[in-house]
Design a protein around this ligand. Structure first.
Ligand SMILES: Cc1cc2nc3c(=O)[nH]c(=O)nc-3n(C[C@H](O)[C@H](O)[C@H](O)COP(=O)(O)O)c2cc1C
Length: 320
């Protein structure tokens, strides 16, 4: 990192280079959205122009429309949130006509999250996206139960994760990111398997499985009994996971996420190896959080005389 030659500290924020290269796509800045927490951006665009963001990661879409799980589907916990939405989405064809068309008009890089119950379903969704334009990458949500394999989550095992990535890579005409769950013993092992299957990048982490009970009724707070835990409660897990994966495969771009809310959280993610940083749960409390972080990141770097965000990637300093 280089400090400003004239002042030794501090730079003009306007001169800071926030751009990053995400598997061949130049993002104007590293701030993006976590799947399922921003829809496709149209609602938030009423508050600020979402094309200021480095990219938009959309809600996972499936081949058929899905209504999702019955309520209650969300529950606030200390420093976090449990959710079991069940991949509610309009199906890929409606999504392309409605959401992708709108996003193409915004001109912001779009990372399309896809999901499926079987390897074939993932392949079919990816196939529908071929040649559609305006798509920077596909993010494969591997945290889906595999109906052909006792409902085990794809991302929990290297073999099934690889099979999904290979199937998507076979048809996709854009870079493919594999999104991993922290609910495994060795996330670096899954990451290596996914990259070996052809993934161009990795997204981590998805939510971690949790549960809460209403002490009065004895019923689970979430109709589905279990829900995915997100928010600041999982940030140390996310930082650990990104660090481990970056150490294992420093050449692979990572979209880092999990509880990011402040500019310090963004810097932490980049230091452990994230190329881009996605904001999820924080959007529910503050729809302007991503825009605010953009401004704060520029100032944070400028105040320290750091000329570009790219210099900060993977700069964990060892204790002597
Ligand atoms: C309400 C909600 C819905 C989500 N839906 C999806 C989804 O459709 N696909 C996916 O890959 N991740 C989904 N996630 C996980 C987030 O993208 C993200 O990985 C996770 O919440 C950790 O980031 P955060 O703590 O900033 O929210 C969802 C999370 C929440 C809270």
């Amino acid at each position: 990192m280089t400090a400003d030659a004239d002042t030794a500290v501090g730079r003009d924020p306007a001169t800071i280079d926030l751009s990053v290269d995400l598997a061949g796509t130049t993002m104007a800045n590293p701030i993006t959205t976590a799947s399922g927490c921003f829809a496709s951006g149209a609602e938030i665009d009423r508050f600020f122009d979402i094309s200021q963001l480095g990219a938009i990661v959309t809600k996972s879409i499936t081949i058929e429309p899905r209504e999702g799980l019955p309520p209650p589907r969300m529950h606030e916990t200390p420093s976090g949130m449990l959710n079991a939405i069940g991949l509610q989405n309009p199906g890929v064809d409606t999504w392309i006509e409605r959401d992708l068309r709108w996003l193409q008009g915004k001109g912001v890089p779009v990372v399309v999250s896809i999901a499926g119950k079987s390897i074939d379903e993932f392949r079919l969704v990816a196939q529908q996206l071929v040649g559609k334009g305006g798509i920077a990458a596909i993010e494969v949500n591997l945290s889906c139960p595999n109906v052909e394999h006792r409902g085990l989550v794809f991302a929990c095992q290297p073999g099934p994760s690889q099979a999904v990535i290979s199937a998507v890579k076979d048809v996709a005409d854009v870079p493919v990111f594999g999104k991993l769950t922290p609910d495994v013993t060795d996330i670096a092992e899954i990451a290596r398997a996914v990259v070996d299957a052809g993934a161009d990048g990795l997204s981590l982490i998805n939510t971690t499985l949790g549960m809460a009970i209403d002490p009065e009724t004895g019923r689970p707070r979430i109709r589905n009994t279990f829900g995915g835990l997100s928010g600041p409660a999982i940030r140390p897990m996310a930082v650990r996971a990104v660090h481990q994966v970056h150490q294992a495969r420093p050449d692979v771009p990572i979209i880092g996420m999990g509880g990011v809310r402040t500019v310090q959280d963004v810097v932490e993610m980049v230091r452990v190896g994230a190329t881009a940083v996605a904001i999820g749960t924080a959007n529910f409390a503050d729809p302007l959080v991503t825009q605010r972080l953009l401004g704060e990141l520029r100032t944070w770097l400028a105040d320290r005389g750091i000329a570009s965000i790219a210099e900060l990637r993977g700069t964990v300093q060892p204790w002597q």
